[in-house]
Design a protein around this ligand. Structure first.
Ligand code: GUN
Length: 284
């Protein structure tokens, strides 16, 4: 049976560390880190993520402001909000919850975020730094995945990793991060041929597709590590992208849904907010 990597338990520990660091930083700099979150529209999943982010900030001693705007907001109006947050000396992190409504050009909004306050690590310059292996703000989900792998001492060097999904939020940045850690990375996506064969060769599978149970036990080799990034609602229940019950019988490690990558994403966001704040306070 696979060992379960609990994102919930690991998050609890790390969030306590963040809380202690925040408290030390407040003493040192005289003000609290402050994350501004912009939520456009009323998508229930986005609302729930933003609520969870706010609660986690509050518990860690990080100030958080949520700016709610109707989906009728124009691109120019949203740009104005981002620009005013850029200029606000009391804001150290800016997160615009994605996806945005279709009439808004997401790229234009992300490009407008001050890179020093880019807690998501989605700014093209941050992504470029990550690809180059330079110091970067690492997007929260990939960062959380790496923290989970490190927490159980999974060696990445020379390992064959299959990333399923090529999104800008997870697939592409996690691949860059794994490469930086000397893994051999294959990125599969909706047009990939022979996915099963590729999966069967992988030492580590990272599933980030958004399709319930699309990774089945026959695709997983004995002793593989399986990281499930999927959050799918099936009959009112949250399920991941992998068939947890069957795969747990043959994998060495597996992450659950819920309680796996999800909480670690928020934990990484807290860490990134603290990093941005400290860099701003230190002027570097
Ligand atoms: N939507 C889904 N995940 C994320 C994330 O990590 N950051 C933002 N801004 N939007 C998201």
């Amino acid at each position: 049976m696979a060992e379960i990597i609990s994102g919930k338990a690991l998050s609890k520990k790390i969030r306590q560390d963040v809380k202690n660091n925040v408290s030390d930083a407040i003493e040192k700099y005289g003000k609290a880190p402050h994350l501004a979150v912009v939520l456009v529209g009323e998508d229930p999943a986005s609302q729930s993520y933003v609520r969870a982010k706010r609660r986690a900030c509050e518990k860690a001693g990080i100030l958080s402001t949520t700016i709610l705007k109707p989906s009728s907001i124009t691109e120019e109006e949203l740009l104005e909000i981002v620009n005013s947050l850029n200029q606000d000396e009391d804001v150290h992190g800016i997160l615009v919850q994605l996806p945005l409504p279709d009439h808004i050009n997401e790229d234009r909004i992300i490009d407008a975020i001050d890179i020093h306050k880019d807690v998501d690590g989605f700014h093209p310059l941050n992504i470029a730094y990550l690809q180059l292996g330079r110091e970067a703000i690492v997007p929260a989900t990939p960062k959380g995945i790496l923290t989970m792998l490190n927490s159980v001492n999974i060696e990445l060097e020379g390992k064959d990793v299959l990333v399923i999904g090529r999104s800008n939020i997870v697939g592409k940045p996690v691949a860059a991060l794994l490469m930086k850690n000397n893994a051999t990375v294959t990125i599969a996506h909706s047009r990939t041929k022979n996915l099963t064969l590729k999966a069967q060769r992988a030492d580590i599978i990272i599933a980030a597709v958004g399709k319930a149970k699309m990774v089945t036990a026959d695709m997983v080799k004995d002793g593989a590590v399986v990281i499930d990034v999927g959050v799918n609602r099936v009959d009112g229940k949250l399920v991941g992208d992998v068939d947890f019950d069957e795969i747990a019988k043959k994998a060495s490690y597996i992450t659950p849904v819920p309680g796996g990558v999800g909480p670690m994403t928020i934990t990484s966001l807290l860490q990134n907010t603290l990093i941005c704040y400290e860099r701003i306070m230190n002027n570097d």
